[in-house]
Design a binder for this molecule. Structure first.
Ligand SMILES: NC(=O)c1ccc[n+]([C@@H]2O[C@H](COP(=O)([O-])OP(=O)(O)OC[C@H]3O[C@@H](n4cnc5c(N)ncnc54)[C@H](OP(=O)(O)O)[C@@H]3O)[C@@H](O)[C@H]2O)c1
Length: 252
């Protein structure tokens, strides 16, 4: 299924920021959308907005750090729509900013559990349903997994591991026509990046980060076109690839 409007899409981290933008945009385009997050109320609220506008959507409560909840998310998708075409594994946790030796055990574990293990659990849960007719597993990674940045600590390390996981599943699943790819969005105005609202001013720390990366600050809707592009590639098309939306060539 290369047409978005015909696809059944699961979006984790669909309750906020980039994932919410994916869900609303693809829902408006006619896709059958499953919005997932720990905040089930918010997931249902977004789903109900999509339905009111004439689309198809459900909201499901899901903590991706629990294999059983990832399994239940895919089961709910199949129960509602009978099929699964594309998963956006977009959930994420940033942890704290600071030297790695000072990161609390709790933040280290949460960052690894959400970013890395949550993606593994979701992939395991979705595999059989995607294998049925082929499909796509699209992960929101981070440039912090490519380039070491002071302060990013376990976040960058977990996202580097996520990139490796993307390529591993791409290799293991290529003969089943499940394309596994990654989006590197660069800095985006979301709560995770310190923007409680779209019009909130960036912190000086964040502006320093962008300056060092030679990057550009995006709105969540700016990430939608690249997600759309990957989700409309044939399932036997590109796999194991990273699509980088961040980065501007530094210079004069
Ligand atoms: N914003 C940026 O500058 C930036 C840059 C590079 C990469 N990214 C990546 O982009 C993705 C989306 O983040 P965002 O920027 O849109 O941040 P966000 O608005 O803060 O959203 C984070 C999302 O992750 C979900 N989440 C967190 N822990 C979860 C868990 N245990 N189980 C299920 N869902 C969980 C949250 O939903 P609930 O609270 O409902 O669980 C929320 O929907 C993340 O993977 C992030 O690492 C962001």
């Amino acid at each position: 299924m290369t047409n978005i409007a015909e696809q059944v899409l699961v979006v984790t981290g669909g309750t906020s920021g980039i994932g919410e933008a994916f869900a609303r945009s693809f829902g408006a385009e006619g896709a059958s959308v499953v919005i997932a997050g720990r905040n089930g109320e918010k997931a249902q609220r977004i789903a109900s907005d999509i339905v009111k506008a004439g689309g198809k959507a459900i909201g499901v409560t899901c903590d991706v750090t629990q294999q059983s909840e990832c399994n239940a998310l895919i089961a709910a998708t199949l129960a509602e729509y009978g099929r699964l075409d594309t998963v956006f594994a977009n959930h994420g946790a940033a942890g704290e900013i600071g030297p790695l030796v000072r990161w609390s055990d709790e933040d280290v574990q949460q960052t690894v559990n959400v970013n890395l293990l949550g993606t593994l659990y979701l992939a395991r849960a979705a595999h059989a349903a995607l294998k049925d007719g082929g499909g796509r597993f699209i992960v929101t990674g981070s440039a912090a997994g490519r380039q070491n940045m002071l302060g990013n600590g376990m976040y960058g390390i977990s996202k580097a591991a996520v990139s490796h996981l993307v390529r591993q599943f791409a290799l293991e699943w290529r003969r089943s026509n499940i394309a596994v790819n990654e989006i590197l969005p660069g800095p985006v105005r979301t709560p995770m990046a310190g923007f409680p609202t779209l019009d909130a001013n960036p912190s000086s720390q964040f502006l320093d980060y962008i300056e060092k990366m030679g990057d550009w600050l995006k709105d969540p809707s700016d990430v939608v076109p690249i997600a759309r592009f990957i989700a409309t590639m044939p399932v036997n098309g590109p796999t194991g690839q990273s699509y980088n939306l961040g980065g501007r060539l530094a210079g004069n």
